[in-house]
Ligand binder design. Structure first.
Ligand code: COA
Length: 333
C-alpha cells in the first residue's frame, strides 16, 4: 500500500445573482448568440457589493467539510486571482472563519491553474506526513477585476468557489490523487495580466493609470496556448499513471470555453461526452473552475464512484497543470 492523498469531500458555491448574456448585451456591443456560439456560456454568477472571494471560499470550504463528514482540517490552501486584499493572504481569514484558527493557511496564485497547483501542494503535504487533512479551495470574485467596457473579457468570467478536502489514505483507494503534472512559461506573462496594483507599478512612481486595475487577455493566443498545453500536460500525467487515454471516464478541464474543452478532448482522442462541463451556467471562474465542476459533477451524477478522472487546466503566468485520480464514493446531496 502506498500513502496518498484521498478526496474525502467536495463542495461548491456560487453567489445567487445571475447575469445572462442578454443582460450583458444591454450595455456591451455583443449578443446572446455570439457568446453562446463562441464560448458556450449562457449565464454566470456575480457577487453583490459587499461579498468577496473570502465569503465564497468559506461557503465552499464549509460544504466540502460537511460532504466529508469532517470536523476540521490541519492545513488550508486557497487558490485565487482575486484575493480579498493584496496583503495579507485570504486563506488565514478563511481558516479562521471555518473555526480552524491556528492551522497553517496560505494562498496560491496561478490564475486559472491555481486549483491544480494548490491540489499538488495539499496532496504533497499529505503524502509527506505534514498534514492529515487538507482543505484545498479555489475561489474567485473575478467580476471585481473586469473592465465593464471590455466585451472580450466581461462575457467570459464569473464568480464562484469550489473546494475539496484531502485526507491521508492509500493510492489503491477510490478517491486517491494519483499523479500531478505542473508547468509554467513566464515569457507568456503578458497574455493574461492585471498590470497595476503591484510593486512594478509602485516602484515606477507617478500616478497609477485607472485602466491598469483591470484584467486584460489576448484571447486568441490564450486559446491556442491553452489547448496545446492542456493536451500536452494531460498526456504527461496519463503516461505517469500508466493509463491509456481510452481508460479515462471523465475529463474535468478548466471551464475556459466549450470550444477549448472540446479541442483538448479531440487532441487527446477522448469522446467529447466524457467532458464534465458546467461552463454554460457559471462561465469561466478561473481558480474555482475545476473544483466547482467537480462539485457540480458530483451533484448531478456525472462523476460516479470508481470513475477514472483526468483534471487539466491552463492559466495566466502562463501556468498549466493536470492530475489523475479515481472518483470516491461521496454523498451527492
Ligand atoms: N461579442 C461580440 N463580438 C466579439 C466579442 C463579444 N463579446 N468579443 C470579441 N468579438 C469580436 C472580435 O472583435 C472579432 O471581431 P473582428 O473579426 O471584427 O475583429 C470577432 O469577434 C472574433 O474575435 P476573436 O477574438 O477572433 O474570437 P475568438 O473566436 O477567438 O473568441 C474568445 C474570443 C475570447 C472567446 C476566445 O479567444 C477564448 O475563449 N480565449 C480563451 C479565453 C480564456 O478562457 N482565458 C482564460 C484563461 S485560460
Amino acid at each position: 500500500m502506498t500513502r496518498a492523498a484521498v478526496i474525502a469531500g467536495v463542495g461548491g458555491h456560487v453567489p445567487p445573482r445571475i447575469v445572462t448574456n442578454d443582460d450583458l448585451a444591454r450595455h456591451l456591443d455583443t449578443s446572446d448568440q455570439w457568446i453562446r456560439t463562441r464560448t458556450g456560456i449562457a449565464t454566470r454568477h456575480v457577487v453583490d457589493p459587499g461579498t468577496s472571494t473570502g465569503d465564497l471560499a468559506v461557503e465552499a470550504g464549509r460544504r466540502a467539510l460537511e460532504n466529508a463528514g469532517a470536523d476540521g482540517a490541519d492545513l488550508v490552501i486557497v487558490a485565487t486571482t482575486t484575493p480579498d486584499r493584496p496583503c495579507p493572504a485570504t486563506a488565514p481569514a478563511v481558516a479562521d472563519r471555518l473555526g480552524l484558527t491556528g492551522v497553517p493557511a496560505f494562498d496560491v496564485a496561478a490564475v486559472c491553474s491555481g486549483f491544480l497547483y494548490a491540489l499538488q501542494a495539499g496532496a504533497a503535504a499529505v503524502t509527506a506526513g505534514f498534514a492529515g487533512r487538507v482543505l484545498v479551495i479555489g475561489a474567485e470574485s473575478f467580476s471585481t477585476i473586469l473592465d465593464p467596457e471590455d466585451r472580450t473579457t466581461s462575457v467570459i468570467f464569473g464568480d464562484g468557489a469550489g473546494a475539496v478536502l484531502l485526507r491521508a489514505g492509500t493510492r489503491e483507494e477510490p478517491g486517491a490523487v494519483l499523479d500531478v503534472d505542473l508547468g509554467s512559461d513566464g515569457s507568456l506573462a503578458d497574455l493574461i495580466t492585471v498590470r497595476g496594483g503591484g510593486a512594478e507599478e509602485r516602484s515606477r512612481g507617478g500616478t497609477p493609470r485607472p485602466e491598469d486595475r483591470y484584467f486584460r487577455m489576448d484571447g486568441k493566443s490564450v486559446f491556442f496556448a491553452a489547448v496545446r498545453r492542456m493536451a500536452q500536460s494531460s498526456r504527461t500525467v496519463l503516461e505517469r499513471t500508466g493509463w491509456q487515454v481510452e481508460q479515462v471516464d471523465r475529463l474535468v478541464a478548466h471551464q475556459a470555453n466549450t470550444r477549448i474543452i472540446h479541442a483538448v478532448a479531440e487532441q487527446l482522442g477522448l469522446p467529447p461526452e466524457r467532458a464534465v462541463t458546467n461552463i454554460e451556467h457559471v462561465g469561466n471562474t478561473s481558480a474555482a473552475s475545476v473544483p466547482l465542476a467537480l462539485a457540480d459533477g458530483l451533484a448531478d451524477g456525472t462523476l460516479r464512484a470508481g470513475h477514472r478522472v483526468l483534471l487539466t487546466a491552463f492559466g495566466g503566468g502562463a501556468t498549466w497543470g493536470s492530475a489523475t485520480l479515481t472518483w470516491p464514493d461521496l454523498p451527492a446531496g
